[in-house]
Design a protein around this ligand. Structure first.
Ligand code: AMP
Ligand code: MG
Length: 403
């Protein structure tokens, strides 16, 4: 058995960041920028009003108050998207709507709430306003000719909005890996028809496909493979051309029909590992024509944990993400989390909850067998229990946060 970190390091050595591609900005959430983005224009491009009200000259408001309002003529209306047809002269006001450009000659806005209409053509100003009042100068958000984002930025909705406002339709990002998912096993079937003797339903494929999507990759369902060496070999050969990485489940342990590891050994440089963790001890990892293949164990909880610890970080590295690991928290055990000494690190399925003061508590999510998937449905974390006999009530546990 090798330690977890050794297994992760072996995989990491073979994983490279995917080349950058141009992608429409609307499809880039979660992707990693591969260019620096600059704006030629100032944002906002022109001085405009932050309030609905009246564009004025600050000097013309001196002395105005509720008791001593100043009445001025209203010489026009500027809507957002329009431009004043004349400059503002001393002693005048123009009606102006949020986002509309300031007219030449005006240096302040008085909001509509501090005015009273006097017919259609005049307005009472009931407050003094300083120069620049409610005016958003050009370039107040971004100055012209500046770099806005550097390579390596992980794009969020906020980034996408900025990209749109500087006029970008596409942007250079690291590709989202396309990840193909196979299940293997003669016992597997899908759908509602009654199970024949010895059969179970394939739960790994839908689980892995949704883990792939949740992590921000593109999932490709490649179906179910029988425990047949030739069929597995043909399917893997066929798949590697059309995906950036492959996940299989089952067929990587010591059984007579565990062909996935044999096929990987034949086709590529197989790294078959026995890792000192529970669940998810066996893992077959290899490159086939430069495409990484993760041969995950078949037990449903093992395949999920294996995905979390090995495939997810590697695939996030492929898309250039700096944050490849799930966050860890330190939690206090609300109940004992027991285990036995076996030389392995255990990953127990747990429910983590956060108190009002920010402290984390942890309890078991249910049955801890690697076939007991139902606890995985309740769990939102994996408690990391080092070799030993576990943690007593009130003890501190490190846990991986899964959502
Ligand atoms: P294997 O790694 O192929 O020896 O499988 C280990 C265990 O996981 C066996 O009990 C299998 O029946 C089960 N298993 C394998 N693949 C799947 C799957 N896709 N869905 C649910 N259980 C599976
Ligand atoms: Mg099997």
């Amino acid at each position: 058995m090798i330690p977890l970190e050794e297994a992760q390091a072996r995989i990491d050595r073979d994983i490279e960041v995917l080349p950058p591609v141009q992608v429409p900005i609307g499809q880039t959430r979660g992707l990693v920028l591969a260019e620096s983005v600059a704006t030629m224009e100032a944002i906002p491009p022109f001085a405009n009003t932050a309030m609905d009200g009246f564009a004025v000259r600050s000097l013309d408001t001196v002395g105005a108050s509720d008791d001593t309002p100043i009445t001025v003529p209203v010489v026009g209306t500027i809507a957002a998207g329009a431009v004043a047809d004349r400059p503002l002269e001393a002693g005048q006001a123009m009606r102006i709507m949020t986002g509309a450009p300031m007219p030449d000659g005006a240096d302040a806005v008085i909001m509509v709430e501090l005015t009273n209409p006097v017919g259609n053509d005049a307005v009472e100003l009931r407050a003094e306003v300083p120069v620049g009042n409610h005016v958003r100068p050009a370039g107040d958000d971004l100055a012209a000719d500046t770099v806005v984002f550097e390579p390596g930025a992980v794009l969020t909705p906020g980034h996408i909005g900025v990209l749109a406002s500087v006029g970008r339709e596409t942007v250079l990002v690291h590709q989202r890996p396309r990840v193909g998912v196979f299940s293997t096993g003669d016992e597997l079937t899908v759908g509602p028809s009654p199970l024949q003797a010895g059969q179970i339903r394939d739960s790994n494929r839908p689980t892995l496909l949704s883990l792939v999507e949740e992590a921000g990759f593109e999932a490709v369902d490649l179906g179910l493979l029988r425990d047949d060496e030739a069929a597995i070999e043909a399917a893997l050969r066929d798949a590697v051309g059309s995906v950036d990485a492959l996940l299989t489940s089952g067929g990587v342990s010591m059984g007579d029909f565990d062909f996935v590891k044999q096929v990987l050994a034949k086709l590529g440089d197989l790294n078959w590992m026995q890792i000192a963790i529970k669940p998810a001890k066996p893992l077959a990892f290899g490159l086939l024509l430069d495409t990484p293949i993760f041969g995950l164990p078949g037990n449903p909880v093992s395949s999920m944990v294996s995905f979390e610890l090995f495939a997810r970080p590697a695939l996030r590295k492929m898309m250039g993400r700096p944050d490849v690991l799930r966050p860890h928290v330190l939690a206090l055990a609300d109940e004992p989390l027991r285990r036995h000494t076996d030389g392995k690190t255990h990953f127990q399925r747990v429910v983590l909850s956060q108190e009002n003061d920010g402290a984390w508590r942890v309890r078991s999510a249910g049955g801890q067998g690697s076939h007991q998937l139902s606890a995985m449905a309740t769990a939102n974390g994996l408690a990391v229990l080092p070799d030993g006999d576990g943690v007593a009530v009130g003890g501190q546990v490190r846990a991986l946060l899964l959502d």
